[in-house]
Design a protein around this ligand. Structure first.
Ligand code: OSB
Ligand code: MG
Length: 369
């Protein structure tokens, strides 16, 4: 398919409630929506870079720059026979996985639409519903946290992830565990600790956590292996896994027992598939992480999480957990009987960007032809 036109739409929407992690608080959630046009079809994807370089060094501004000046020119006007061809077009560009993933994933949606099949079918998806949970930010008090958790459990979520940071760890985890003795519970540190905190993490073994996510430095693999050797609770890596190479290193040295897959963090669906297959062969289960996506990114995540080795619940919550009004239609709802979300069955990502909402939330736009 010849890529005839590409558009970048910078939008921003307020979250229903502020989301606080060890690296900062998010009130609004900006993103860049990428649209690729060919043969009367439009492929969409979401660039999940944020306003600030808290989670990743990439920001909206760096992603806009890299897309506009390097990635879009490498793909525009090209005849792309399969989406797997996209990464090689800008293979010389180092880093910037979040920007790269947005462009590649838009081409995947385009190709799935051209074939008239859901994206999950191109990816070898095996399930129509994906088990999901909710990721809960750091709260002003333990009592407030317990209220928030109770509320999500009442809504039907059966896996709870809570954010931790130094000073907000054992006590809030103990409180949630006491209230919900058998719920799937996990903690995400977003790199806020060091190996000197090993004793703290050993104490977490008593809470029967599903996993501890990214306890140590965002670029570390080696110290995570040292920490994992001292814990019964599985360590899951998020921030540290930027590519299939990082996944292989982590598996080889025993730095984790689980990997959080974020397609943006690993540079696009081709790398995600490679990591998926490597982890499946190595007996490392995956789950789909989230970046507070709009319906566009969330839909793609659901298709990805339909792949066979996504055997743990994902950070893919219902639309109303994030936004009052989503840019994409229809909204995602939780299946309360089994804490799942249904993978869209229409062509491509299976959701539509609502033009009036795109216009309403748009900050800037650029078209390339
Ligand atoms: O570490 O998983 C994370 C959101 C933004 C940046 C990093 C993370 C998160 C989440 C939210 O935990 C997951 C979601 O989208 O629900
Ligand atoms: Mg995380």
């Amino acid at each position: 398919m010849k890529i005839e036109r590409i558009e970048l739409h910078h939008i921003s929407q307020n979250l229903v409630s502020p989301f606080r992690t060890s690296f900062g608080t998010q009130v609004a959630r900006p993103c860049i929506l990428v649209a690729v046009h060919s043969q009367g079809l439009t492929g969409w994807a979401e660039c999940v870079a944020s306003d600030d370089p808290g989670y990743s060094y990439e920001t909206i501004e760096t992603a806009w720059h890299i897309l506009r000046d390097f990635l879009v020119p490498a793909v525009l006007g090209q005849n792309i026979a399969a989406p797997q061809e996209v990464p090689a077009k800008y293979g010389w560009v180092r880093g910037h996985p979040i920007a790269k993933a947005a462009l590649e994933n838009a081409v995947w949606d385009l190709h799935a639409k051209a074939r008239g099949v859901p994206l999950s079918q191109l990816l070898g998806g095996v399930r129509g519903r994906v088990e999901v949970g909710v990721s809960i930010g750091i709260q002003p008090s333990v009592a407030r946290l317990v209220d928030v958790v109770n509320d999500f459990v009442a809504q039907g979520y059966r896996r709870i992830k809570m954010k931790i940071e130094p000073g907000w760890e054992l006590e809030p985890i103990a409180a949630v565990r006491a209230q919900h003795p058998s719920i799937k519970l996990m903690a995400d540190a977003n790199s806020a600790f060091s190996l000197a905190d090993a004793d703290l993490f050993r104490q977490m073994d008593q809470f029967n956590l599903l996993m501890i996510e990214q306890p140590l430095h965002y670029d570390d693999i080696a110290d995570h292996a040292k920490l994992q050797a001292q814990l019964n609770t599985p360590i899951c890596l998020d921030e540290s896994i930027h590519s299939p190479l990082h996944a292989r290193w982590a598996i080889e040295i025993g730095a984790c027992k689980i990997i959080n897959m974020k397609v943006a963090r690993v540079g696009g669906l081709s790398n995600a598939i490679e990591i998926h297959n490597m982890c499946q062969a190595a007996g490392i289960p995956l789950w789909c992480g989230g970046m507070l996506e709009t319906g566009v990114g969330r839909a793609a995540n659901l298709h990805l999480a339909a792949m066979p080795n996504f055997t743990l619940p994902g950070d893919i919550s219902a639309t109303d957990r994030y936004y009052i009004e989503d840019i994409a239609e229809p909204p995602f709802v939780l299946n309360t009987d089994d804490s799942t979300i249904t993978v869209p069955s229409g062509p491509g990502i299976g959701v539509e960007v609502a033009p009036n909402r795109l216009a309403k939330y748009r900050i800037r736009q650029q078209s390339f032809a």
